[in-house]
Each structure stands twice: as structure tokens, then as C-alpha cells.
Design a binder for this molecule. Structure first.
Ligand SMILES: NC(=O)c1ccc[n+]([C@@H]2O[C@H](COP(=O)([O-])OP(=O)(O)OC[C@H]3O[C@@H](n4cnc5c(N)ncnc54)[C@H](O)[C@@H]3O)[C@@H](O)[C@H]2O)c1
Length: 341
């Protein structure tokens, strides 16, 4: 595909997230909107042209404009696999919403289908496109914190009354399980987790995870649907201080360790430990993460092999880690991810 040609994209599922994909596809200069499929209709009034709403993938593919170049799969997680199967059979590239699938087995099947069809696929772990996290990662990789000790995430808030098919681990904590690896620089090696069921649903609504990445960095994540305020916080602690990202506001702060001189007295330095130093809030250029994600996927299908997308293999890894988290919560044991994947 020519690099200057707009890419035609469609959306499957016009729900909480699909409507935003549709908004961007209808407004971004580098994209053309091929239509949306939702048997439930356009509940949120996302489409400018109602003629571009279709009741099935079959109708979308048969529409006068021809099949789209790619489709965003934004249907409930349990329906990702059949949707990918149908799209790939028609030669349509797929950007699949996170989590890639409801189970690691289904995620593997998606990878096989996309590879065998010779198509591009990626996963919508949109937090990786948040400006605060992009800048946090750049600073950590530049060595601002020195050695990294801990990646800690908190993602709590009220229950969004939409999720029916999975619990908080697969629906929400998959953001964190992807981020800790991406930010901490190593795959998840082991996890120990607890879950709670407080709302009377079949699936868990709170999870506490502690774990370790390959390379030794520790992480912990607190994720729930029970808290009456929304918090989205990621912090990385290292030998020179701590970087804290608030992804709701796309803010990034640096809490520096104070440089308190101990006149060449190392024993006293060790005794005093860390002291509070300066705090800096960085001014960031803020782009909408979902638009950045879609632009990167379009770049990939235009032939930019190094486009910043989350690969299907990374998406599978995250689902496998989520399964290890649930296994750990069920057994009360630490689970080694490589062994269980
Ligand atoms: N990246 C993120 O931050 C983020 C945020 C929310 C949801 N998600 C993910 O997006 C997916 C959808 O979640 P949601 O909250 O938008 O769900 P939702 O229930 O709000 O919307 C899903 C929509 O899909 C439609 N649908 C169901 N089956 C379909 C089919 N076969 N073909 C076409 N449309 C179909 C439904 O009618 C509904 O409108 C899930 O995998 C979820 O995990 C990601």
C-alpha cells in the first residue's frame, strides 16, 4: 500500500470503546471510514452517515466501497476470535481490542489465523499510547532513575455496567500486566495474587498482584471495580527517586531523592536512607492515545514494520499472565508464568 494513501478502516462493535474508534476513523486525515457493524445499532450516535451502519460483517464486506483495509475488533472479549476469523477470511487486517482474547488458547488461535492469512494484527493496549507513560518510559530508559526497583500500578474505580463475560483480571488488570512488562523491561516471571468477589457476580471484582519480572524488577498492581473514585496511577521507583504517571490526566511527576551530603561518611549515608528532594511536574504534549494507537496501526499496514503497535504475541503473553494471576488466586500459591503458559 502506498505510504500517502488514506487507509480504510471499519469498526466491529459500537459500544463504550468502539464508538471512539469510529469517531477517530471519521475525523483523522490519514484514515477513511468504511463503516461499522453492530447488530445492536448505533446506540451512542457515533456515525455521521447512518448508511455506514451494518448488521453483520457479511454486509460490511459486500458494501459498495468494498472490504475495508482493516477493522477494529471492539466486540465483547469472548467474541474476538469468531470476529477475527471472519475478517481474516476476507483479507482484512485486524486491530483487536484488549485483552486479545478471553483465554490464552483463543489468543493462540487468533495468532495462527492472522499469520496464516498473511495479514497484520495488533492489540489495543491503549495505555502504551498515553503521553504520560510514553514520557515515563523514555525517562526510565534514559537512566533518570538509575537502577529500577519497582513498578507499581493502581487502577481502581466503580464498576462500568457493561462487562458481562470476564472479571476484573482479564478486563482491566490486563492493562497493568501489559504495562509492568513494557515499563519494567522484562517479561513477567512469577505472580502471587488475591482476588475478591464483592458484587455477587460470577467473576472477581478486585485483584491484588505482586510479582517479579525476568531481570529481577518487582511489581505490584491493585485493580478493582469497587472504589467510589477513579484512579489510574503508575509509579516506578529507582535508586534516584520515583516517576509517577497519572494516566487520567496524562500527568507525569518526578520525586527526586534529596542529595544530602554526608561529608564522605558512607555509613551515615546508608543509615539516613532516602530523603525527600525536589518534585517536578513535566509539561507534556498531549495527543489522544486512541488516535495514536490507530495511526500506528495504519502505519504498520502501510509498510512501516517498526510502527509502535502491541503485537499479537505480546497480547497472548498478557492473557497468559492474567490466567496465571487467576490460578495463583485460586490456589494461594505463587505461579511461575513460563511454566504455566
Ligand atoms: N482499550 C481500552 O481501554 C478498552 C476500554 C473498554 C473496552 N475495551 C475492550 O473492548 C471490547 C468491547 O468492550 P466495550 O466496553 O466497548 O463493550 P460494549 O458492551 O460497550 O460494546 C460492545 C458492542 O459490541 C456489539 N456486538 C456484540 N457482538 C457483536 C458482533 N458479533 N458484531 C458486531 N458487534 C457486536 C454490541 O452490540 C455492543 O454495542 C472488549 O474486549 C473490552 O475489553 C477496551
Amino acid at each position: 500500500m502506498a505510504t500517502d494513501q488514506p487507509v480504510r478502516g471499519a469498526v466491529l462493535g459500537l459500544g463504550m470503546i468502539g464508538r471512539h474508534h469510529a469517531r477517530i476513523l471519521q475525523s483523522d486525515a490519514g484514515m477513511r471510514f468504511a463503516g461499522a457493524v453492530d447488530p445492536g445499532g448505533d446506540r451512542f450516535g457515533a456515525l455521521r452517515d447512518p448508511a455506514l451502519l451494518f448488521g453483520s460483517v457479511h454486509e460490511l464486506l459486500a458494501a459498495s466501497g468494498g472490504p475495508p483495509d482493516f477493522a477494529v475488533v471492539a466486540v465483547p472479549t469472548e467474541e474476538h476470535l469468531p470476529a477475527v476469523r471472519e475478517l481474516a477470511a476476507a483479507g482484512v487486517h485486524v486491530l483487536v481490542e484488549k485483552p486479545l482474547a478471553a483465554t490464552a488458547d483463543e489468543a493462540r488461535e487468533i495468532i495462527d489465523i492472522v499469520r496464516d492469512a498473511g495479514l497484520h494484527g495488533a492489540v489495543g493496549h491503549v495505555e502504551r499510547c498515553n503521553p504520560a507513560l510514553l514520557e515515563l518510559r523514555r525517562r526510565v530508559n534514559d537512566g533518570q532513575l538509575g537502577e529500577v526497583f519497582l513498578v507499581a500500578t493502581e487502577r481502581v474505580g466503580p464498576f462500568p455496567d457493561r462487562v458481562r463475560d470476564v472479571g476484573v483480571v482479564k478486563d482491566l488488570a490486563t492493562h497493568d500486566l501489559d504495562l509492568v512488562r513494557w515499563l519494567g523491561g522484562g517479561r513477567v516471571d512469577r505472580v502471587a495474587a488475591q482476588t475478591q468477589h464483592r458484587m455477587g457476580r460470577a467473576h472477581e471484582d478486585l485483584v491484588l498482584v505482586t510479582g517479579q519480572l525476568e531481570g529481577g524488577v518487582a511489581f505490584n498492581s491493585v485493580v478493582d471495580w469497587l472504589t467510589p473514585m477513579k484512579v489510574r496511577r503508575t509509579r516506578i521507583l529507582g535508586e534516584r527517586g520515583m516517576l509517577v504517571a497519572d494516566t487520567l490526566r496524562a500527568d507525569l511527576m518526578f520525586y527526586e531523592n534529596a542529595d544530602v551530603p554526608t561529608q564522605g561518611w558512607p555509613a551515615m549515608q546508608a543509615l539516613r536512607g532516602v530523603a525527600e528532594g525536589d518534585m517536578t511536574r513535566y509539561a507534556l504534549t498531549r495527543h489522544e492515545p486512541l488516535a495514536v494507537e490507530l495511526q500506528a496501526f495504519c502505519a504498520l499496514i502501510r509498510g512501516e514494520d517498526d510502527a509502535l503497535v502491541v503485537t499479537l504475541e505480546e497480547g497472548l503473553e498478557t492473557v497468559a499472565v492474567a490466567e496465571a494471576v487467576l490460578a495463583s488466586a485460586a490456589s494461594g500459591q505463587t505461579v511461575v508464568v513460563r511454566a504455566s503458559a
